[in-house]
Design a protein around this ligand. Structure first.
Ligand code: FSX
Length: 366
């Protein structure tokens, strides 16, 4: 349950030093792309803030999102964040079950009506009245609608909650829908990824705690701080792409030399996420670094995007020359080129059509 202690009091009780606290504030400022001058203000706000109530609902999903969050490393932002929130109800993590669990949810809602943060992972089945997934005798649809009414804001964690994800894959037998298709009168931020990067989840929670508002988002409701750039543009294999050096199979010489995985189906050029920079497991690695192309899991309908091993495009041949020409054209056309490229990428992706190499230029600003 929420209590009346401030976050500062909770931290002192847990033995967190002033220095450790300021380190956390610095990390939070960095996540939010705020200047270091803002750190004292963040510290002051957090120090005196009451722990906000968070209700976390899990619907049609594989639990990968919660796994991602709970396997985050200590003692960083990811682990500390649990000290800053009052996680009053979480289908997977709570010890309570049955009526006690539902009473905890109802009590948290009543006590914090209009102020709690609702986190949802998983999609919501709508077909046949939503009978394909029920919890405590309620369909997921009913529970979402009921809890959303009293929420200050909603965080859709994972591609299933954000865009429908795997459950929505063709032929979508349960009529799975994203949270934003059902709740239309609350601020919603999407943190897609199957699963999402832990720091993207905790970073958004930290920002909400600090500033009391959701972060700046892109056209798909994703926080720009984590989804502002595509994997391709930040990929350490990018120089091989520009030189036209591609792995043709997963065990050829190119693969062994770490060449670009584009021809093996990598979806990095059309996927916006922070994997290439934030990485996983304490910044150890990410799929491309492990030798597998990006599957585009933070994009809508990635399961139906034509196959994980089917190349997006046909940049075969003089890729380096084509990219140079594209860069010159983009520079000549100014920022408009980025918007045009993004439009073409979206259309091609939706239609599963190949992209032209010019459409893969670096410029992405709209
Ligand atoms: Fe979906 Fe998350 Fe993929 Fe799994 O909760 S985004 S199937 S990692 O678990 O929702």
């Amino acid at each position: 349950m929420s209590d009346n202690k401030t976050l500062g009091e909770h931290l002192r009780e847990r033995g967190v030093s002033r220095r450790g606290f300021m380190k956390f504030c610095a990390a939070t400022a960095s996540l939010m792309a705020l200047p270091p001058a803002m750190i004292p203000a963040i510290a002051e706000t957090l120090q005196n803030a009451r722990r906000p109530s968070v209700i976390w609902l899990s619907f049609q999903e594989c639990t990968g999102c919660t796994e991602s969050l709970t396997r985050s490393h200590a003692p960083t932002v990811e682990s500390l964040i649990f000290d800053y929130i009052s996680l009053d109800y979480h289908h997977t993590l709570q010890a309570a079950s049955g009526e006690a669990a539902e009473q905890a949810r109802e009590a948290a809602m009543k006590e914090n009506w209009g102020k709690y943060l609702l986190v949802v992972d998983g999609s919501i089945p709508q077909r046949d009245g939503g009978v394909y997934s029920t919890i405590a005798g309620m369909t997921n649809l009913e529970m979402l609608q009921e809890v959303a009414k009293g929420a200050a804001a909603i965080v859709s964690v994972g591609t299933c909650a954000a865009f429908g994800g795997l459950p929505k894959a063709d032929p979508n037998p349960t009529g799975a829908a994203a949270v934003s298709q059902i709740v239309t009168d609350k601020p919603i931020v999407n943190i897609p990824g199957c699963p999402p990067i832990p720091v993207a989840i905790t970073g958004v929670l930290a920002q909400y705690l600090t500033l009391g508002k959701l972060p700046e988002m892109d056209h798909l409701g994703r926080p720009k701080a984590f989804y502002g750039q595509n994997i391709h543009d930040r990929c350490y294999r990018r120089p091989f792409y520009e030189r036209g050096q591609f792995a043709e199979t997963f065990d050829d010489e190119g693969a062994k030399k770490g060449w670009c995985l584009f021809k093996l189906g990598c979806k990095g050029p059309t996927t916006y996420n922070a994997c290439a920079t934030a990485k996983w497991n304490e910044g150890t690695s990410f799929p491309i670094q492990s030798g597998h192309g990006c599957i585009g899991c933070s994009e809508p309908d990635f399961w139906d995007a034509g196959g994980f091993y089917k190349a997006l495009s046909v940049p075969i041949g003089d890729a380096a020359g084509a990219i140079t020409a594209a860069a010159a054209a983009a520079a000549a056309a100014g920022l408009a080129a980025g918007a045009v490229n993004r439009y073409h990428k979206q259309v091609a992706q939706a239609a599963h059509e190949p992209l032209k190499v010019e459409e893969l230029s670096r410029e992405e600003k709209s």
